[in-house]
Design a protein around this ligand. Sequence first.
Ligand code: GTP
Length: 308
Amino acid sequence: MKNIPSIQATPSQPRKLAALKQAHQDWSSASNVITRLTQRLSTTLALEEQLGILAEELSDIVPFDTLTYRHRIARQEFVYSTGLGGQHRCEYRLNLEGDFYGTLTICRRQRFSEEELQGIETLIGAAIYSVRNACRYIAIEQAALTDSLTGIPNKRALDDNLLRASSLSDRHGQAYSLILVDLDHFKQVNDTYGHVAGDHLLRRVGECLERALRTSDSVYRFGGEEFAVLLPHTGEQDARDVAERIRRTVSEITVDAGGERITATASFGVATHLKGEQPEQWVARADEALYRAKQKGRNRTEVFAAIA
Ligand SMILES: Nc1nc2c(ncn2[C@@H]2O[C@H](COP(=O)(O)OP(=O)(O)OP(=O)(O)O)[C@@H](O)[C@H]2O)c(=O)[nH]1
């Protein structure tokens, strides 16, 4: 535990205590817009909620038709928009202490007056520290769900999404398939060419998987040389076709290791979610299929078929 510096005992300060009480009363009953805005913003770290609060307080002072906020946070595009239309626009790039925290655009049918623009800027100035904190919070959350080597979502993100997929599949009968992908003889790559080359190959495989899939599909690094792909709206046969397509693409990857060309193959295990199945059982079936693919000689796809 950190050392807390000792605080000198001083006699009681009734005047200062009374002033503090008054300040608190003034603050909590403040009806001015800046105090109310910052008080409301401090109640949440969710960027979407903060932008909703800003839009509400702003529209009370400067009516507008549309407010849009855009920012790329940790590889993901964050967009918030409220309202519709308006050909006159004012746009603000939110910069604080040398860092950029997104673009806020406000539109409406009538032109904005100078006073109105000043009012907008004052409110944005009051909100920017909260917006900065909310952006940082998203970035930290994203980092906890991202694999640092490949930049793709990690096992924790997969666990969250498997849980969501299982419940969607159970409640709405939506078909979900899982593909586990394991590089073949990857230990040999490390042993022959070194870990740096091995890491390079893993990054290339991650990129290749991301490129090979639809935007609704998601890719994860599941373990060392193991990846997972989650396919919504996809039954067993289609998932097998996807796995086969990815398998062929992976086998075309080449990585240069000091003049030598490294190539890779991978084995694939496919399982489609069964009604009432827990995520662990689902993963275990895909893993069993993957094991069979390895046993049967690698560089192939096996499906853990649902019993009809
Ligand atoms: N370069 C690198 N290697 C890793 C990483 N994580 C795990 N590995 C290596 O991946 C290898 C996996 O080896 P094995 O589990 O024996 O599997 P394999 O050699 O691919 O053999 P099969 O899966 O049976 O085809 C081990 O050598 C690990 O050290 C990583 O982040 N970077």
